[in-house]
Design a protein around this ligand. Structure first.
Ligand SMILES: [Zn+2]
Length: 131
């Protein structure tokens, strides 16, 4: 079975509440505009295929945000996620975090030379099914 769509709900769950990686305010990658609490933004998050943790690798203001992924890193999964920026606070620290994530595009570029599907197990199941 092919699954070239990543699980959006799982990605959104992983991103919700994530602390943004840079400063307060964050700055748009393209125009340098300030991104504060309460503003919408778009994140690019990526992870190596097979890993569980998504890393935030890009942030844009709504004007500059890409609407689709133009390229994907081989062996990695890329996602564009629209978020709203919220303030997190745990005295005495404050930070900016992503809330209300909404995945708008995903891409997954697999190494063509390999697969980690257990072909033997799949064939066994087919045989047992009596096709
Ligand atoms: Zn911008």
């Amino acid at each position: 079975m092919h699954s070239d769509r990543l699980d959006r709900a799982a990605i959104e769950q992983a991103i919700c509440g994530r602390e943004l990686p840079n400063d307060q305010p964050e700055h748009c990658r393209r125009c340098g505009g300030e991104l504060w609490e309460g503003q919408p933004a778009t994140l690019r998050v990526t992870r190596t295929t097979g890993e569980t943790r998504w890393e935030i690798v890009g942030i844009w203001c709504p004007v500059c945000a890409p609407h689709e992924l133009e390229s994907s890193t081989l062996g990695a999964e890329d996602t564009l996620v629209e978020i709203e920026i919220a303030a997190g606070q745990l005295h005495p620290e404050t930070w900016l975090q992503a809330v209300r994530p909404d995945v708008i595009d995903t891409a997954s570029a697999h190494d063509e030379g390999g697969t980690d599907i257990d072909v033997g197990a799949v064939l066994m199941e087919v045989a047992d099914g009596g096709e």
